[in-house]
Design a protein around this ligand. Sequence first.
Ligand code: ZN
Length: 628
Amino acid sequence: MSDILKDIQKELPKVISSANFEGANIVLYTNDIDFFRDNEGKIKELVNKFKKRIELRSDSKLLKTQEETEKIIKKIIPIEAELTEILFDVQRGIVVIETKKPGLAIGKAGSILKEIRQETFWIPQIQRSPAIRSKITENIRAVLYQNNNTRKRFLNSVGKKIYKEWNPDKVEEWIRITMLGSGRQVGRSSILLQTPQSKILLDCGIDVAGRGKDKFPYLDVSEFKLNELDAIILSHAHLDHSGLIPYLFKMGYRGPVYMTAPTRDIAALLALDFIGVAYKQATAPLFSSIDVKEMVKHTICLSYNEVTDIAPDVRITFYNSGHALGSAITHLNIGNGAHNLVYTADFKYARTRLLDRAISNFPRLETLIIESTYGGKSNVLPPRKDSEDELINEIKQTIDKGGKVLIPELGLGRAQETMLILEEAMREGKLPKVPIYIDGMIWDINGIHTAYPDFLNSQVRREVFQDNNPFVSEVFKRVGSPLERKEVIEGGPCVVLATSGMLVGGASVEYFRHFAPNKKNKICFVCYQGAGSLGKQVQEGVKQVQMSIEGKEEIVEINFEIVTIDGLTAHPGRNELLEYTNRTQPRANKIIINHGEQSRSLDLASSIYKLHHIETNVPKNLETIRLR
Ligand SMILES: [Zn+2]
């Protein structure tokens, strides 16, 4: 199969000027105008025969100039579609057309797109213009579409590697996974999957609340050699899953990283913010923006339900995991179906305000790796509605007393959920009209939400489509500078949503320091507080903390009210976990539990075994489990 490109070309008349891979996909370039305009189903035949995604594009010699193409596009696309931008991916012959109403730009059964293709010879791709412009999304596009051959060459090299040892009849002798992080703990998620042919890393995160070496996965073990790694899979953008990936690029990794498009944008944003936070704390950052850029250049984005080969013996599919925008459950088909592994990473088995609940049906399944953040006996979560009401009441009480409420938030997921709860409560008069300040990464991540409405649940998507975007409601005020922050701190009753969620660096720490001494104020914890974090200490009731402010040590007295609302979490509660493990279709033969404090993970394991009679395993870090 290594010569799949040649085999394909043999099936065609002499119209193909070049052929190459884009990851596992195959792209044919033609210099024949008639063949480009009408290949009489030839390409479809090839797709059926080779069972691969094959795309026909025109050779660069045929392409109309960018100027002419822009003119033609502006003429063809109806004004009502509200065209906002045209971007050219010159090397790959693709033109990205951004409009406010993509449906109108595509035309009936794609008629408008077809016309653009026939007239300009470029392959048009329509994208929705985001309601909030996101600098990071624009920068990422600039990096990806810059007119040089690097990206094309990289995608081709990935394909060559996948097809080199391609052998559909080979049976895998063994398959095993090693926990490099997240074994009996939350934070530093990383699992190494090995077969005789392939080495694949599932996530590579940082434990932001950890100390010293415990912050990072065990990458200094003989199991793990960076130059032997075939691919990295990133489940979602939270730092405890994504944080160390730019560092791998710093150390020389140049292979692919698979994720969804929103995860790419948010992971890049969080990585850049992480560098900024390190500078503010006067510590040397782990990596630089150059390494983040390398990560972006080596990212291959997949949509949910899209099946892709990532190694000669591994095929993956992402499914919605319901945890945060773009978050994915990964299904891995290993060794031509010899073993099917599902890695849930973080998920939510309930519909939230933003997302649909996690997918539980898979084509096949033998081993399930599942998180257990709230897996303990006492982690049964109250109904979401009750928790939402509790949050609203807690805020109302404090506002009525003239105090301020701080909600430390994870910039991705949790923050947007809270915004939707508060926006509705204020609209319906359940909360007095006070400003809701948004500080830290949250605003930028809101922008990315509006750029990818297809990843949101139907209700929010509809609101975004109907220009009724809840994220741009006037109740939200963005805090963009230290001066504005000072005004909030010195001003009247308000609600502040600020990152980071565990009070480990970021704007939330600044508000904490000023709000904590006044007993009229309140802090509401709505996300998980990791061991060792300032958030955890405050939650457990310390009366004062020593903080280092611009080099000076300062004692902060903690007098404000402290409230924890567990039921709003973006993780499954214990009942959801038990329901999920029982309901997956098909059922797993073996369940491996990670991403939870030791007692919680063990609790969940024994309950799953007792209730559903499925073998469970709770590996420690560095433990290896043979799957086959
Ligand atoms: Zn997460």
